[in-house]
Design a protein around this ligand. Sequence first.
Ligand SMILES: [Ca+2]
Ligand SMILES: [Ca+2]
Ligand SMILES: [Ca+2]
Length: 177
Amino acid sequence: MALTELQKRKFKVAFDSQDVDGTGVLTQEDFQRLIDNLTNINDKPNTEATALYEEMWQDLLSKADVDKSGGVTLDEWYDYIEQLISDEERLDKYVINTAVTVLNSLDSTGNNKINLDEYKVLAAALNISESDAETAFEKLDKSGDGSLDIDELKENIKEFYLTEDENAPGNWLFGKF
Ligand SMILES: [Ca+2]
Ligand SMILES: [Ca+2]
Ligand SMILES: [Ca+2]
């Protein structure tokens, strides 16, 4: 199953937001910077979230870096996601891990939900503009109660990877696409 044009567009946005230094390759340095930005909220390092993000990076590298160059190119990224989304069990596990990790690192108030201010920390780390972050948050908050709970996170993450509907809210996970 080949990726659709919409999927390629979205997955490139996800790739570019994680390629912090803009080299066109995802490396340990990009992830270290992302992890630092996402786990040092209120100047308190979150060691649990750090460990989870490091595990995600190691998993990505071991599965996506086919030529063992130490980095993941856009083509390697596309192949990796294509495999990920064609394996329902693996995708479900990935979606849950991602949702838990994001919630764990961003929920500074400890209510198991992410509000707009907390989402903006993620958006800033991923180089999403403030106005795009506001638009994205409004769409991702499907219940419209001003926060994202674990179920909304899981739904949106899964939708981001799977949907072929241009208007699906989950498309906005990494901002404008
Ligand atoms: Ca890079
Ligand atoms: Ca590589
Ligand atoms: Ca909500």
